[in-house]
Design a protein around this ligand. Structure first.
Ligand code: S3P
Length: 249
């Protein structure tokens, strides 16, 4: 066969793939409607493993991508907005955001990590060298920027929603999901981490409870939905977030 003939055959394969893919997307839209009605999670790891188990190598890689696209499509239909995780330090915002983003086939941004990346310094370094109010300005600018995006998962910092402008900007484009945890759970999660300037080098339950008490009302007022994370794994929290959003519709 010459090159022209080969290309013609490739084009007819592509046409068949495109038609089958289009049909698959229509079926996915029907599944999305079914899941919405029955309040079921979008990401079904067992079902995906079953599909991927049929293929290997490059075909498996293609189906991995096809399923990511399908999840993204279902999640855009069900949740046509950004999902911002808010809540106190140690409630799991940064850990859950990538899992939730994967489950929903969309991208995510972690505000603290993004500030650290852009400015080449850790959060404690920024606090120590330039003070909290400088950090809050950087955070404010980034909130404004991410509020222009669509269909993102946003992991906020624990203090992000304390500012009225941040609450307003986030509310314009996002549903705000409050992750909660008891002071004891928070202490367990943060006690070996050194990157939380507001809790000092050695966090205590008293310091956590007192800062939490000061902020609790604002967190609750800002939240569209709430998920308690005590005793749950990050993957379970991610599922609970999806269910809570479905239930809030
Ligand atoms: C802060 C929480 C931190 C970080 C900064 C200030 C706060 O984020 O933004 O240290 O005011 O509660 P995490 O909640 O992700 O630790």
């Amino acid at each position: 066969m010459d090159l022209k003939e080969l290309r013609e055959q490739i084009s007819s394969c592509d046409k068949a793939i495109a038609e089958a893919f289009q049909r698959r997307l229509e079926l996915i839209d029907e599944v999305a409607r079914y899941k919405k009605e029955h309040k079921m999670p979008i990401y079904d790891p067992a079902r995906e493993a079953e599909i991927l188990g049929r293929y290997s190598g490059d075909t498996k890689a293609l189906f991995t991508e096809i399923m990511r696209i399908s999840r993204g499509r279902q999640s855009r239909a069900l949740f046509p907005y950004n999902i911002a995780l808010i809540g106190f330090m140690g409630t799991g915002k940064s850990t859950v955001a990538p899992l939730l983003a994967k489950a929903l086939g969309r991208g995510y941004i972690d505000l603290d990590e993004e500030i650290e990346r852009r400015h080449g310094r850790s959060i404690p370094q920024i606090f120590a060298e330039d003070g909290e109010s400088y950090f809050r300005t950087l955070e404010r600018e980034l909130v404004e920027e991410v509020s222009q995006a669509d269909y993102l998962v946003i992991a906020c910092g624990g203090g992000t929603i304390l500012r009225e402008e941040n609450r307003q900007a986030l509310k314009r484009s996002s549903r705000l999901v409050l992750l909660t945890a008891s002071p004891l759970t928070i202490l367990e999660r943060v006690k070996h981490q050194a990157h939380r300037p507001l809790l000092g080098g050695k966090p205590t339950i008293e310091a956590i409870a007192s800062l939490l008490a000061q902020r609790e009302q604002l967190y609750n007022e800002a939240a569209d939905v709430r998920v308690s994370t005590d005793g749950l794994s990050p993957a379970e929290v991610s599922e609970e977030v999806v269910l809570a959003l479905l239930q809030s519709m």
